[in-house]
Design a protein around this ligand. Structure first.
Ligand SMILES: N[C@@H](CCC(=O)N[C@@H](CS)C(=O)NCC(=O)O)C(=O)O
Length: 207
């Protein structure tokens, strides 16, 4: 059975959401950082970086949330959740995945690191304004690209939708201004029942 290691609402939610979309059997292991679970040798054997999410599927141990969802969609998606390789839609999908991780998530996580994640003596409060400037700039471009209706590639719901919607949920939690079309897109996509099912399973395992 597939095992997902995570923390509720972290990037592991991208994976639990897709696992529910795929209707797979899977189990969730809550990695409690406060208890030092992230330094436990059994977890480090799965992800030597000690970060979540990580996933074990048989002999395959994988970290990096984008890599995990792309792997799962390729292996179990039966043609859904990803466009046909080599198509124009696939080119657009690649662009979105890179843009979400490099341009939208990166400034948000910079905020997170300098607010709470880094050791206190390393944090630089001035980084918050820099990261906000970067996020606003990237969000304005995403706003111009995102469609008024449906998903990023039109009718087909794909892995890129999970990555973007989750990143926009983070943006709200980080109290960022989100342009109107992106906001409507986020609400449309997060209304899918699989997201709530994935989150419920994360929360149940962590309680
Ligand atoms: N690029 C990685 C980032 C993973 C990451 O930084 N996860 C955070 C939680 S959301 C973490 O485990 N941080 C602990 C640490 O940095 O030691 C991904 O997308 O999976």
């Amino acid at each position: 059975m597939i095992t997902l290691f995570g923390i509720p609402r972290s990037r592991s939610l991208r994976v639990s959401w897709l696992l529910e979309e795929l209707n797979l059997e899977w189990q969730y292991r809550h990695v409690n950082f406060a208890n030092g679970d992230n330094k436990d040798p059994s977890f480090l054997a799965v992800n030597p970086c000690g970060k979540v999410p990580a996933m074990q599927d048989g002999d395959i141990c994988l970290s990096e949330s984008a890599a995990i969802v792309l792997y799962l969609a390729e292996k179990y998606g039966q043609g859904d959740f990803l466009p046909v390789a080599g198509s124009a839609e696939s080119a657009l999908h690649h662009k979105w995945v890179s843009y979400i991780i490099c341009e939208l998530e990166q400034p948000l996580w910079t905020m997170g690191k300098h607010k709470f994640a880094l050791p206190q003596d390393i944090r630089q409060p001035s980084m918050l304004a820099v990261a906000k400037w970067e996020f606003d700039k990237a969000a304005a471009v995403a706003e111009s690209w995102v469609p008024e209706t449906g998903y990023l590639l039109g009718e087909q719901f794909t892995v890129a939708d999970i990555l973007l919607a989750h990143t926009l949920v983070w943006a709200t939690r980080f109290e960022q201004d989100i342009p109107a079309k992106l906001l409507a897109y986020r609400d449309r996509v997060t209304a899918r029942s699989a997201m709530q099912k994935g989150l419920d399973k994360e929360l149940a395992a962590a309680s």
